[in-house]
Design a protein around this ligand. Structure first.
Ligand code: SF4
Length: 283
């Protein structure tokens, strides 16, 4: 019997809870091959080219795109910890697609190239005819998807990314349900899985891309910041909001920024009225 996307999550949970007899070895071999290719490619450290892609053009902050475009190898260097997080995130994403196939769902079109207004991208895959973007997430981020990701909680522009892929797939025969796409999300701490569906928004995505291209390519004008500092408790100090604290350009973007190693994690202060009683760090 052909499976549909509506049973994907319970099917995955049942597979993991009960196991399976007579696993198709060709699926395991293909999974092994994809993991091996992914590991070799992710361990390369080639210079970045700063090109706009469908995966980054919808970021909430155009200024960040502008920095990356004009100075692709500048900004904060990623630490080994961060690279490891990305690597096991990618592994988890491959794993869940493998499990979806083992559970009898159709998984096709993985990493197919799409083009929108001259900008290239690669969608994750199509499961049972529905365009899917796979995300591995912390428990905090997972809960945003579980409740239905909203624009105000979309720190990294994932909604625009999904809509762009869906728009660019409107004439693709592999995508049989063109009215919606979904995030398939895995909580990498607790192992929970959810599907977060979003209706296709028929919008002038080409126009949106063209406007972004024009702003980003103009070297003379640094675009304005998309975010403002927020109060850090009641001290009068102000800190960067979450989106900026993850941004590799924060030290270029905010002159006089100061980093402090709070016990809860690094905090970046833009205004210091009361000196924190914790070690300060530099980029
Ligand atoms: S630090 Fe914040 S405002 Fe500045 S470029 Fe990054 S995301 Fe944009």
């Amino acid at each position: 019997m052909t499976k549909t996307i509506d049973t994907l999550v319970p099917d995955l949970q049942a597979l993991l809870a009960n196991g399976i007899e007579g696993l198709d070895q060709s699926l395991v071999d293909e999974f092994g091959k994809r993991v091996s290719e992914m590991a070799s490619s992710r361990l390369k450290r080639e210079p970045r080219d700063g090109r706009l892609r469908m995966s980054n053009i919808g970021r909430p902050c155009v200024r960040q795109l502008w920095y990356d475009y004009h100075d692709p190898n500048g900004g904060e260097k990623l630490s080994g910890d961060t690279y490891l997080k990305f690597l096991y995130g990618d592994l988890i994403e491959e794993l869940v697609l493998f499990l979806a196939e083992v559970a009898g769902h159709s998984v096709v079109g993985g990493q197919d190239e799409l083009v929108l207004a001259g900008i290239k991208g690669h969608r994750d895959c199509i499961i049972d005819g529905v365009l899917i973007d796979v995300k591995s997430a912390s428990t905090y981020s997972f809960n945003k998807f579980k409740d239905g990701l909203r624009a105000e909680g979309d720190t990294f522009g994932y909604l625009t990314q999904l809509q762009s892929y869906l728009h660019a797939s409107q004439s693709d025969p592999l995508v049989t349900d063109k009215s919606r796409g979904a995030f398939l999300v895995i909580d990498k701490t607790l192992g929970h899985i959810c599907l977060d569906f979003h209706e296709y928004r028929n919008y002038d995505w080409e126009g949106f891309y063209e406007r972004r291209k024009a702003i980003v390519s103009d070297a003379r004008v640094t675009p304005p910041r998309a975010f403002s500092p927020v109060p850090d408790g009641k001290s009068g100090n102000e800190k960067l909001p979450t989106a900026c604290s993850y941004c590799s350009r924060k030290w270029d973007c905010w002159p006089n920024l100061r980093g402090f190693a709070y016990s809860t994690g690094p905090t970046y202060l833009t205004t210091v009225m009361r000196e924190p009683n914790v070690p300060e760090f530099k980029p």
